[in-house]
Design a protein around this ligand. Structure first.
Ligand SMILES: C[S@@+](CC[C@H](N)C(=O)[O-])C[C@H]1O[C@@H](n2cnc3c(N)ncnc32)[C@H](O)[C@@H]1O
Length: 300
């Protein structure tokens, strides 16, 4: 069971889930970005279990057995469709999956029938739980979409018990990449600034086209190299190599995420380490594998 500290303003139903809604979102939130994600997750919310497992393994590779267990309560801060809650729920007693966007409705469907996941429509800036409540928290691809990322990370860690753990994935600023990557990124970032301002339908169509013309040439090149027996180390130099084994559905979803989101920020590994320390974490471990950067720390 998960206990909240505040009464919800309303309750909505989706799938087998009852979603508790908290209307007070706080100030540290970008409402245009949240709306954009609501639209994104309405379009993309049907994930195969096998794909969730495969991609989930890459995010949770640094989570060890001692951090989880049936007696532990976890929080998924910025759950979107709840796909990582779905990946993680068997490893703990229960999960609070939290998101301020309409994505929670899609999450209700994706997580239908899973009784140990509880859904909350709420913002990280106004979490309805006591401080030091959760044993484990994760926030994957979320905090860089919030205006003050450090403040948002502090708010998540505040809800973790001393000795508990927090796993975070934040967009990297290509600090481990060469000039080609950085040039391609600057170019794609210019496109994002234009595409993210488009009306929802036009944005979705444009991002589908981007998936075909921007992502697929690199992905197919990496796949051909694999067939030719080129080593993984060499292939990892191809931009977007991490999508080599990913379905076109996920690539289209990520293209919409990448080009359609108004607010995104990027951080170096060093900056993320500092942010985690400021938030009150130590024993910080970074994964050396993509997606960059994801790291786990223990609350002091
Ligand atoms: C890129 S999506 C990631 C969703 C999910 N973690 C995943 O990887 O599938 C970012 C999510 O952050 C949520 N978000 C944005 N601002 C937020 C805030 N202030 N509090 C909580 N979630 C927020 C969005 O609604 C969106 O669903």
């Amino acid at each position: 069971m998960i206990r909240e500290q505040q009464q919800p303003a309303s309750i909505i139903k989706s799938g087998t889930h009852t979603i508790k809604c908290y209307d007070e979102l706080g100030e540290n939130i970008d409402l245009t970005t949240v709306h954009s994600f609501g639209e994104e997750w309405k379009a993309f919310h049907q994930f195969e279990d096998e794909e969730i497992r495969k991609i989930g393994d890459t995010y949770f590779d640094i989570v060890s057995k001692d951090m989880v267990g049936a007696d532990k309560i976890a929080a998924d801060f910025g759950c979107g469709t709840g796909r990582w809650s779905k990946y993680f729920h068997t490893k703990v007693g229960s999960v609070a999956a939290i998101d301020p966007s309409e994505a929670v409705l899609a999450a209700g469907e994706l997580l239908s029938g899973i009784e140990n996941i509880h859904l909350y429509k709420a913002s990280i800036d106004n979490l309805p739980f006591s401080d030091n409540y959760f044993d484990f928290g994760f926030s994957l691809g979320v905090l860089h979409h919030i205006p003050d990322t450090q403040k948002a990370m502090n708010a998540c860690v505040q809800k973790i018990k001393p000795g508990g753990h927090f796993l975070v994935y934040l967009y990297y600023n290509l600090d481990n990449r060469g000039l080609l990557y950085k040039t391609l990124f600057s170019f794609s970032n210019l496109i994002r600034r234009v595409v993210s301002r488009m009306p929802d339908t036009l944005k979705r169509i444009t991002c589908n086209i981007m998936a075909v013309i921007f992502y697929m040439p690199f992905v197919l090149f990496s796949r051909v190299l694999k067939v030719l027996g080129v080593s993984k180390k060499m292939r990892s130099r191809v931009p977007l190599h991490s999508y080599e084994n990913t379905s076109f559905y996920i690539i289209r979803n990520d293209a919409l995420d990448r080009f359609g989101t108004p607010l995104e920020q990027r951080f170096s590994r060093h900056q993320i380490q500092q942010m985690m320390e400021i938030a009150g974490l130590n024993n910080i471990i970074f994964s050396e594998q993509a997606p960059y950067w994801h790291a786990v720390g223990q609350k002091k």
